[in-house]
Design a protein. Structure first.
Length: 487
């Protein structure tokens, strides 16, 4: 039996997982959803609100430490940095489930913000409550994955208990193991993290954690930098103090260059927010007042993820498993990679596989979705499948290899990518030089006739028409016989 998801590996009916409210994770590669702390804050369940209160309590502790001015490297590492909780198999890991966690950049940003812009954290007067996300709204390179890692670490004890309850009731006890789990609770007297033991699902030398779907989201947390910038004018106009509002608008206009482009406008917004940090509280209050929308949007995003990465990718992978030539007679890295790319092309173009890229009849154009699909087709292979390989000249989507002398690069691009021509012209050639291989496959996904025409022109201009190493996949629902059923 092909095994991809938690329910497969632990022989659990997915209906039982759903009844428990748990997300059926893949144990091959992380799936791109994460815990949104706002869903804890805004929940009707006292247990979730209590988790959020504990998160805020810990950040208040960090605020006091930061304001004391006595934070050295050792304390930053102990209190401000956390590893990724890889055992929940959620997030944005490039390979498997091993992410980078919260490194020194995040720790330094958190300490700096608590010691300057947000030294009143926990004592806000404008918002209904305090929010972890506030600390990461104006700092570059501190995003949704950092928020998720921080939140997951601080609710890890809950996740352990949640998983243990399900596991002991529904999983063969021979598949469980009592394990010590670090960083379960913070002792404010000793200023140390405690370790506790739990009986959890265990596989390949590690335990697995389940997460409730109702605290998960995809793409962006409800409180996020993108919305702060996009809603700036509305936020600024909502400031009730007329004098402050005038100062904000005056400063913003002075920071805004003549004929400013999008990047310059965004920079002016961030500069203004730094100068008037109360704007963040007004933005968060607006988000609090629309908390019901957060719940509805997150449910929709998680359902989309289940549909794409569990239901449809699972079906696609089962189709692949019936084609025994993929495994009975393994070829070299190029042939195996090419066979899988062509199988994806066939399934997407001829077997309704294009549906995986559509939500409510509209195309979801994400290179990452195609990359995860490709990754899952290697579940029974003895090849090494490394994602986002970077040898100093830029990352490549996948490097397929068996030893140092047999490797193939695979790069996925959308036809709508504005840099497609330049990418085809330069990128993979650079990658081949960096990775010491002459074998590379370029895969381009199209969603319309105009995109197909665009790609044809580019291939013709670059003398690549008919090149077997360039594979064009037609995911246009309009030219499929069953397109009327897309949705």
């Amino acid at each position: 039996m092909m095994k991809i998801y938690f329910s497969d590996f632990f022989d659990v009916d997915p209906v039982l997982l759903d009844a428990h409210g748990a997300f059926n994770v893949s144990l091959i590669n992380d799936l791109p959803v994460f815990i949104d702390p706002f869903l804890l804050f805004n929940s009707e369940k006292p247990e979730y609100r209590a988790l959020h209160d504990e998160i805020i309590r810990y950040i208040r502790f960090l605020r006091d430490v930061s304001n004391s001015g006595r934070v050295n490297v050792g304390l930053l590492n102990s209190w401000y940095r956390f590893p990724e909780v890889k055992q929940n198999w959620l997030g944005y890991s490039k390979v498997g489930n091993k992410g980078s966690g919260l490194g020194p950049a995040f720790a330094a940003a958190l300490n700096e913000n608590l010691n300057s812009l947000f030294n009143d954290f926990g004592n806000e007067q404008i918002t209904k409550g305090s929010h972890l996300e506030k600390l990461c709204l104006i700092k570059d390179k501190v995003g949704k994955d950092n928020i998720s890692d921080f939140t997951t670490n601080l609710v890890k004890g809950f996740l352990c208990r949640y998983t243990q309850e399900f596991a002991q009731a529904h999983i063969d006890h021979a598949r469980l193991k009592r394990v010590p789990v670090r960083h379960i609770a913070f002792n404010y007297e000793t200023r140390n993290w405690t370790t506790e033991h739990f009986t959890l699902p265990f596989i390949d030398g590690d335990y697995v954690l389940l997460t409730p779907k109702e605290i998960l989201t995809k793409d962006d947390a409800w409180i996020n930098k993108h919305d702060l910038i996009g809603d700036f004018e509305e936020i600024a106009s909502s400031v009730p103090n007329e004098e402050l509002r005038a100062q904000i608008n005056d400063y913003f206009q002075r920071m805004l260059p003549d004929d400013a482009n999008r990047k310059e406008t965004d920079a002016a917004v961030i500069s203004t927010v730094r100068r008037f940090p109360a704007l963040i509280d007004y933005y968060i209050r607006f988000k609090e007042e629309h908390g019901d929308d957060a719940k509805a949007l997150s449910e929709e995003r998680v359902q989309e993820t289940e549909r794409v990465f569990i239901d449809q990718v699972g079906q696609l992978s089962r189709q692949l498993a019936t084609l025994t030539q993929f495994y009975s007679q393994p070829g070299d890295s190029y042939q195996d990679a090419y066979d899988r790319v062509m199988f994806l092309k066939q399934v997407i173009e001829d077997n309704d596989g294009y549906r995986i890229f559509y939500i409510d009849g509209k195309p979801v154009k994400r290179e990452a979705d195609l990359q995860v699909m490709f990754k899952l087709t290697w579940y029974a292979s003895d090849f090494s499948v490394d994602r986002e390989v970077n040898n100093g000249r830029g990352p490549v989507d996948y490097k397929i290899s068996r030893g140092s002398k047999d490797s193939t690069l695979v790069e996925f691009k959308l036809a709508s990518n504005s840099k497609l021509k330049r990418n085809l012209e330069n990128q993979v050639e650079v990658y081949k030089a960096a990775n010491r291989t002459e074998k590379a496959i370029k895969v381009i996904m199209c969603f319309s006739e105009s995109e197909i025409s665009k790609v044809s022109r580019i291939l013709n201009d670059l003398s690549l028409t008919g090149d077997p190493n360039v594979v064009v996949i037609d995911a246009d629902a309009g030219n499929k016989t069953s397109a009327s059923n897309v949705g």
